[in-house]
Design a binder for this molecule. Structure first.
Ligand SMILES: NC(=O)c1ccc[n+]([C@@H]2O[C@H](COP(=O)([O-])OP(=O)(O)OC[C@H]3O[C@@H](n4cnc5c(N)ncnc54)[C@H](OP(=O)(O)O)[C@@H]3O)[C@@H](O)[C@H]2O)c1
Length: 280
């Protein structure tokens, strides 16, 4: 809500943090909705996380986003954890409550699903087997959200099998772990393929996954968004698969955070997307 006597404040806490596009995104919405306020990068090292989070109410912050390396560690510090964030095992959004206490949410999986629906409106989580490559923080949020949307079979492939086993156990439901060496075979009959690893990101090699066994109808998505079209998405597009890039996940996860802090649910518009795309 606009407060005539209050300057609205939120930010993104991380280390490193200056690469984050979140300040551009939230400041665009603050301006668009005529709200006096600012969203800033907060460069906080892990040893300073507790003091920084506890300072938010005193400084008048409505809350903050969390990025690497704070998403898991913050759960030990805050006062309340939303059930979804607890299931995911990480928080990406902190809300300062009226009494100054801190609640943690995780909007990453919601953002992922909203983006897929935005780009492929007929998409359904229960349309067929979904292959998820990777078992890090992004994968945790996405697997839980896919299960909540009714996914009937998730094939989880990760270079480090133990991490995939742990995620499958934690998430519960129809998640099976496929050995890394069998990743090409895991594509047999899949309705969707999701890359949640950092492979394909600028400075990293492409994801090592031949697509020969993937049906051309399967939806291929990547949560890496620098570059916008990763080598995986380019290869999928060339063989005729529909694709969804990772930028929209970043844009959509920010919407419920903005609403929780400032009382307005903002939209992801072509203007906003173009503005952020120009920074990639
Ligand atoms: N679009 C968005 O809004 C959004 C949100 C979150 C993350 N992301 C992006 O998603 C990527 C992953 O983020 P995260 O937070 O999930 O990271 P993370 O927790 O560090 O997990 C990294 C994942 O990548 C895998 N990996 C790393 N190097 C690999 C290699 N050489 N070969 C095969 N697999 C490899 C890891 O496998 P091991 O377990 O074997 O190490 C792990 O599964 C990053 O590029 C991040 O920027 C995007």
């Amino acid at each position: 809500m606009a407060h005539p006597d209050r300057f609205l404040m939120a930010g993104v806490m991380g280390w490193p943090v200056m690469h984050s596009r979140s300040p551009k995104l939230h400041n665009y919405w603050l301006q668009k909705h005529g709200l006096a306020g600012v969203y800033v990068p907060l460069a906080v090292r892990i040893e300073g996380l507790q003091a920084a989070l506890r300072a938010l109410p005193a400084l008048g912050f409505s809350g903050c986003n969390l990025t690497i390396p704070h998403k898991v560690e913050a759960l030990k510090i805050i006062d309340r954890i939303d059930p979804l964030a607890r299931r995911i095992g990480a928080a990406n959004c902190i809300v300062v409550e009226q009494d100054g206490s801190l609640t943690g949410y995780n909007n990453d999986g919601w953002g992922y699903v909203e983006n897929v629906l935005d780009r492929a409106p007929n998409w359904k989580a229960d349309a067929g087997p979904i292959v998820v490559v990777g078992a890090g923080g992004g994968a945790r949020a996405i697997v839980v959200s896919l299960l909540d949307r009714g996914a009937r079979e998730i094939r989880l492939v990760n270079r480090t099998a133990a991490r995939a086993e742990e995620l499958a156990k934690h998430a519960g439901g129809p998640v099976s772990v496929v050995p890394w060496d069998d990743r090409a075979k895991a594509l047999d009959g899949a309705a969707m393929l999701i890359n949640t690893t950092s492979q394909g990101m600028v400075g990293q090699p492409a994801l090592d996954l031949p697509l020969d066994r993937l049906t051309p109808k399967a939806l291929v998505s990547d949560i890496v968004y620098t570059p916008l079209e990763t080598p995986l998405l380019a290869a999928a597009r060339l063989r005729g698969n529909p694709t969804v890039d990772g930028l929209g996940m970043l844009l959509h996860q920010a919407r419920p955070a903005f609403r929780a802090w400032f009382g307005v649910l903002p939209d992801v518009t072509p203007d906003l997307r173009a503005m952020i795309e120009a920074t990639l």
